[in-house]
Design a protein around this ligand. Structure first.
Ligand code: HH2
Length: 266
């Protein structure tokens, strides 16, 4: 694999495809694998560089699903995407990551940053795939109850630096890794905004940064709007302008258009 920064030019869009009944913004929409595969194709046509397939919701309060249930949700979709378009798998289970890698996933997106499953790091290292390491305080079930930090930005940076060292020690080469502050994962609105405002601190770790602000509740709290399209696009542009490389979003076409303009004047 070529280094991640060559495969994903700044800015690149990652389209979100949740194959779950309960994801916070698109739960239940893509449960039919043919519908899910069609949505993935549309995202690529609209300019996404990659489609992120997930079978377990990590929304605040969610309890998680069994490996078998997660496989049952994602495998029929992955079977349809195999060989057709670039996709990643959003999972913290080694068995699910392996099933996706066997079907050609080029990136593994682990919201636990290799803390969830002891087998996970080895599976990724052996595959040669790209890896996204994300920061989360606590676990989805409880993470929004009482987020606490001294300085959120330096703590997230220290965490990601340590997780990257761990990944490299288990055999994942550094040029395959991207880092993610984990917007909404154990953070207040102010902390989420601070992480984007001071993205340079994460960039100083030397790896491309992925930001997923799309449709998150902080945007709803900030704007008071129920329709989060405008807020999500603005958040993607703001993150890009502060140096993010990959923007993980639900609404691909408007985000790609906005980023094209933002990049043209950069
Ligand atoms: N956010 C969500 C899920 N996975 N992965 C990364 N790397 N970064 C993120 O910010 C991120 C993520 C949550 O969003 P969504 O997939 O829309 O919802 P749910 O977890 O409810 O399926």
């Amino acid at each position: 694999m070529i280094p991640l920064e060559q495969r994903f030019r700044r800015p690149s869009v990652m389209g979100v495809l949740n194959v779950t009944p309960d994801s916070f913004s698109d739960g239940g929409v893509h449960l039919d694998p043919d519908v899910a595969a069609a949505a993935a194709r549309r995202m690529i046509e609209e300019g996404a560089a990659i489609v992120d397939v997930g079978g377990e919701s990590t929304r605040p309060g969610s309890a998680g699903v069994s490996p078998n249930e997660e496989l049952r949700r994602v495998v029929p979709v992955l079977d349809r995407l195999e060989g057709e378009l670039p996709f990643s798998i959003d999972t913290s289970k080694a068995g699910v990551a392996l099933a996706a890698l066997e079907r050609g996933a080029i990136l593994v997106n682990d919201v636990t940053a290799l803390r969830g499953d002891p087998e996970f790091a080895g599976v990724v290292a052996g595959s040669g795939a790209y890896l996204c390491l994300m920061h989360m305080q606590g676990e989805p079930r409880t993470m929004q109850l009482e987020p606490h930090y001294g300085d959120v930005v330096t703590e997230v940076a220290a965490f990601l630096e340590e997780r990257m060292s761990f990944a490299v020690a288990t055999g994942v080469s550094e040029d395959r890794i991207c880092l993610d502050p984990g917007i909404g994962f154990g953070k207040t609105v102010a902390q989420n905004l601070e992480l984007v405002r001071r993205l340079d601190v994460l960039l100083a770790l030397g790896r491309p940064v992925l930001v997923g602000f799309s449709r998150k509740s902080s945007l709803q709290r900030l704007t008071g709007s129920e329709d989060l399209l405008g807020a999500s696009v603005a958040a993607a542009v703001a993150a890009f302008e502060r140096g993010a490389t990959i923007l993980r979003v639900h609404d691909v076409r408007p985000t790609v258009d906005a980023l094209t303009v933002a990049a043209a004047v950069a």
